[in-house]
Design a protein around this ligand. Structure first.
Ligand code: FUB
Length: 327
């Protein structure tokens, strides 16, 4: 018996050692060398480019400290390469602080990076949306306008100064581009073909209990509008047959993400697999950068599953993350 136990322990040990490279690379949060938040991913030439915010707050202190945006890439969703900061608030000469949620989209070989930043100028100081552009997903990025694309004085749906944040861009098959955005009141506006000017009125979207973090994606002929709701935030979604709605509320997509009041999703399909990318405050205390929290968030990835009728199953958040490389 003792011999058998020894043999089992030995084979278990051998297995653990053999599997280590795979399991140690696959985990949630996916990056533990820096705090990352507000994921926005794109797929370009068989590579996932994951843009994130960068939480720099000290443990136990309140408030977001966010000065730049980071980029990571992967060819298999398991191994991630860091490209470092790709843009900082000070690259927008008109912006003051707060590198909040951003979104990336490619059009005609150019890469447009839309961001939320605080702008003290104008008639109504508050959060604004800027846009930077590059010829490659890794940059170098530069302010595409030299001014904000959308400022707080351009909307009056809410009295708060952070109601124009969290841009999410969607380009229709016919080339029409739209920017979804907002906190408290969800809104969208058409963009000109040059992607750096608004084209028409800002419209309000009818979805229940909206807080922030809009994300639009399409699968087949269904449009999906996901968003953060309540506080602490859970992610919910609605579906439509048109980018203009009406949006039919479908329910909960992701529960409160551990130890974080905010939750912010990015949804991609990569090599035929669907992924839900989000952030949590669940960084372990013994990580190289210490414990996570509300202002020390970290990006995690789990699978996204569709039902036969096109509706989405609630995401199962895991600490193991994506364990099998996607090839
Ligand atoms: O990271 C700062 C803000 O918190 C983002 O803009 C929101 O989506 C929320 O995650």
């Amino acid at each position: 018996m003792k011999k058998l136990i020894n043999k089992l322990m030995l084979s278990g040990f051998t297995l653990a050692v053999t599997c280590q490279p795979l399991t140690s690379l696959a985990k949630n949060p996916i990056i533990d060398s820096v705090f990352t938040a507000d994921p926005a991913a794109i797929v370009h030439q068989d590579t996932v480019y994951l843009y994130t915010g960068h939480d720099e707050q000290l443990p136990g202190k309140p408030g977001f400290v966010m000065n730049d945006w980071l980029l990571f890439s992967s060819q298999d969703m398991v191994n991630w390469k860091s490209h470092g900061p790709i843009l900082k608030v000070s690259d927008f000469a008109w912006a003051e602080n707060s590198a909040w949620a951003a979104h990336m989209i490619e059009r005609d070989g150019k890469f447009y990076f839309y961001t939320s930043v605080y702008y003290a100028g104008g008639e109504k100081p508050g959060f604004a949306i800027g846009v930077a552009v590059a010829d490659s997903p890794t940059g170098p990025f530069k302010d595409a306008r030299g001014s904000a694309l959308l400022t707080n004085d351009m909307t009056d749906h809410s009295p708060i100064h952070w109601d124009d944040i969290d841009p999410a861009i969607f380009i229709e098959d016919n080339g029409d581009a739209y920017m979804f955005f907002g906190n408290s009141v969800p809104k969208y506006v058409k963009l000109k073909d040059n992607m750096v000017e608004l084209d028409g009125d800002i419209k309000v979207i009818d979805i229940p209990n909206f807080t922030e973090a809009l994300w639009v994606h399409k699968k087949g002929d269904n449009y999906y509008l996901s968003y953060a709701s309540g506080l602490p935030e859970t992610i919910h979604y609605a579906m439509s047959k048109s980018i203009h709605g009406p949006w039919e509320y479908k329910g909960l997509l992701n529960e409160v993400a551990g130890n974080s009041n905010t939750n912010h999703q990015s949804i991609i399909e990569f090599k035929g697999n669907d992924f839900f990318i989000y952030h949590t405050g669940a960084m372990q205390h013994n990580s190289p950068i210490g414990i996570g929290g509300e202002f020390r968030r970290a990006v995690a990835i789990d699978k996204l599953e569709y039902r036969q009728d096109g509706t989405l199953k609630p995401v199962v958040m895991t600490s193991r993350g994506i364990t099998e490389p996607v090839n």
